[in-house]
Design a protein around this ligand. Sequence first.
Ligand code: NI
Length: 181
Amino acid sequence: MTEDIEKQAPLNIIIAPDPVLKTVAAPIDKVDDDLRKFLDDMLETMYIARGVGLAAPQVGISQRILVMDPARGEADQSPQPMVMINPEIIWRSEELNIFEEGCLSLPDYYVEVERPASVRVKYLDRDGKSQEMLAENFTATVLQHEFDHLNGVLLWDYVSKLKRDMAIKKFTKMKKEFDVL
Ligand code: NI
């Protein structure tokens, strides 16, 4: 995996707080080669950052696109990259799951989030074809986390206002210090 470490990610991941991470992203109206190139860049950036999911707003593009590879979370699984354009959650199970979630836009910040254990999602694939998928367990959580990004929702929106304000303060300070370096 050393080549991964040395490799420069094609896209820059935006760290919160940032206005683009709070914005409701716009739908894609055309799936073309430029978009497919962007999808590949998103996947490569996600793998290099060792993430299991990435949404376009996290690289500064306010459009309804997400990529994920929940299998990446388990070492013995081979890569299973997924891309979703204009995803819509059309069904949510009543059964809930709790996972401790992290986010590439919130380094070293983890929140236990309760979400529907299964969801059915409708989306366009990289050829612009309409697809449907039933996501379950960890895959459902990753999908809903990335879907949140398309609606300007971050992990700290799942904690109390007090805890959220503390986290925002910490990340604002961290970003300022990083800018000075
Ligand atoms: Ni995230």
